[in-house]
Design a protein around this ligand. Structure first.
Ligand SMILES: Nc1ncnc2c1ncn2[C@@H]1O[C@H](COP(=O)(O)OP(=O)(O)OP(=O)(O)O)[C@@H](O)[C@H]1O
Length: 263
């Protein structure tokens, strides 16, 4: 019988992340190792300042790692040209977008930039990918609005659609549910899950919504400075790793409900 082995889309080995200047090197977190398969939704969780955004930016090649390796599709990250990488990874950061004067449709079409010529002329394929992204994220009704007319939740969806239009194997999102109410947080994460499973893309995002992520993600990275843990939510609960996240005299994790309780 033929077995179908899932393809590893992203592999991180012994990675140290941080900041380097001419004078000094600041280590943020070390010894990070994990991998995500095609079609998996993964979350990076951890306390404020532990390095979630730094890790995402390092994987997205916006900043350099201090040491260790990042493999995308079995190739070392640094071996990709920036144009090739733009067809492999899309990155949605938390910075406010500079181009709020564009319509939603125009902004999403910008996701096609790695494929268009220097004039930015959209081919039929570019237009079809843009339309497909709009349909997947269900924002047809918003497409002719200006971006400055959108609510935070609507803008989050638009940014996800732009990443989808870029049509990369891997999508990285920094706090895609910040500023949203619980209903819209769940809606966005369910959307990301269905996109990962339906389109076989690999989606990795940072979040403070640990309880929601526990219920919706395939894998989670619990980031800590010295030692991080990566596994399925169930295995992380069984391994009692969430208990180590916050001081236990203040916040305790209840494994039976998968939620945090204030002491
Ligand atoms: N440009 C920078 N130069 C030097 N240090 C930085 C820089 N940006 C962030 N840091 C530091 O790196 C550490 C990790 O920051 P990062 O933003 O990655 O954490 P985080 O886990 O995403 O935090 P939060 O949950 O608060 O968003 C922090 O100590 C922060 O002060």
């Amino acid at each position: 019988m033929q077995t179908h082995k899932k393809h590893i889309a992203l592999e991180i080995a012994n990675l140290s992340i941080g900041y380097q200047s001419k004078k000094q090197e600041t280590l943020v977190a070390q010894d990070i190792s994990f991998s995500l398969n095609q079609g998996e939704l993964g979350a990076i969780v951890g306390i404020n300042g532990v390095g979630k955004s730094t890790l995402l930016r390092t994987i997205g090649s916006v900043q350099k790692s201090l040491s260790g390796e990042i493999h995308i599709d079995n190739l070392v990250l640094s071996d990709y040209s920036s144009l090739d990488l733009a067809t492999k990874i899309s990155l949605v950061l938390t910075e406010p977008i500079a181009s709020k004067n564009l319509t939603v449709l125009e902004l999403i079409a910008l996701g096609r930039q790695p494929y268009t010529n220097w004039l930015g002329t959209l081919t039929e394929t570019d237009k079809a990918k843009t339309k497909e992204a709009i349909l997947l994220v269900e924002i047809e009704a918003l497409q002719h609005k200006k971006c400055y007319e959108l609510s935070d939740g609507q803008l989050q969806r638009v940014m996800i659609a732009r990443a989808l239009a870029q049509d990369t194997q891997i999508i990285l999102l920094d706090e895609p549910t910040s500023h949203l109410d619980l209903y819209h947080k769940v809606q966005i994460l369910k959307l990301l899950k269905s996109i990962a499973h339906q389109t076989q893309k690999t989606i990795l995002f940072t979040t403070h919504e640990i309880e929601v992520a526990l219920q919706l993600c395939d894998k989670m990275l619990l980031l800590r400075k010295e030692e991080s843990y990566f596994d399925t939510p169930e295995a992380l609960i069984q391994g009692k790793h969430f208990e180590k996240l916050f001081p236990s005299n203040m916040i305790q994790f209840d494994a039976t409900t998968g939620s945090f309780k204030i002491v």
